[in-house]
Write a protein that binds this ligand. Structure first.
Ligand code: ADP
Ligand code: MN
Length: 176
């Protein structure tokens, strides 16, 4: 079957603080794929229903968000960077990377970011309870979901190399 796009779309997801943006930026730099920061789009294109002061985050309007990125993403070659994944249509996505870290590391990273106590605790609980990996496995075919550890810079380096290898293979398989 002919691929629906000439370059694949990759989701990089995980609990806040696991390293999504760092991975997405490095991968974009190395591959020329486009980094789509959903946080940025939600803000810039106002895909939200206001700001939650307690959580210090936007209340995302998912329909508006999907409309805002559809043209770009369906062309292909996007790295989608967000802490949720099951809202993106299955047909858009070729690979889902779920980043993971241990509790102590996550605690340090989110404390550094000055997260409000409740938000910090909820995110740590989400990481412990495998929320994102389960969400990914429920929303997408098992073969396209990859779980990668993101504690050290060496791991980030090898994760990005691994995704670059996957991209190379995808291009070969799809005659790009
Ligand atoms: P996210 O986008 O998932 O919230 P970031 O990429 O912003 O996460 O990373 C959060 C913090 O953790 C940053 O200070 C980043 O430098 C650090 N970090 C993330 N992943 C790693 C890693 N694999 N090794 C070392 N530091 C990392
Ligand atoms: Mn980020």
């Amino acid at each position: 079957m002919a691929p629906p796009r000439s370059l694949p779309n990759i989701i990089i997801t995980g609990t806040p603080g696991t390293g999504k943006t760092s991975h997405a930026e490095l991968l974009a730099e190395r591959t020329g794929l486009k980094h789509i920061s959903i946080n940025q789009i939600v803000k810039d294109k106002e895909c939200h229903e206001g700001y939650d002061e307690e959580y210090q985050s936007w209340i995302v309007d998912e329909d508006k968000l999907l409309d805002a990125i559809e043209d770009e993403v369906t062309k292909g070659g996007c790295i989608i960077d967000w802490h949720a994944c099951d809202l993106f249509p299955k047909s858009w996505i070729d690979l889902v990377v779920v980043l993971r870290v241990d509790t102590a590391t996550l605690y340090d990273r989110l404390t550094e970011r000055k997260y409000p106590e409740k938000k910090l605790q909820e995110n740590i609980d989400a990481e412990i309870m495998d929320v994102l990996i389960q969400e990914a496995r429920e929303a997408y075919d098992e073969e396209i979901v990859v779980e990668l550890e993101s504690v050290t810079t060496d791991q980030m380096e090898s994760n990005v190399e691994r995704i670059e290898q996957w991209l190379k293979q995808w291009k070969e398989d799809n005659g790009v």
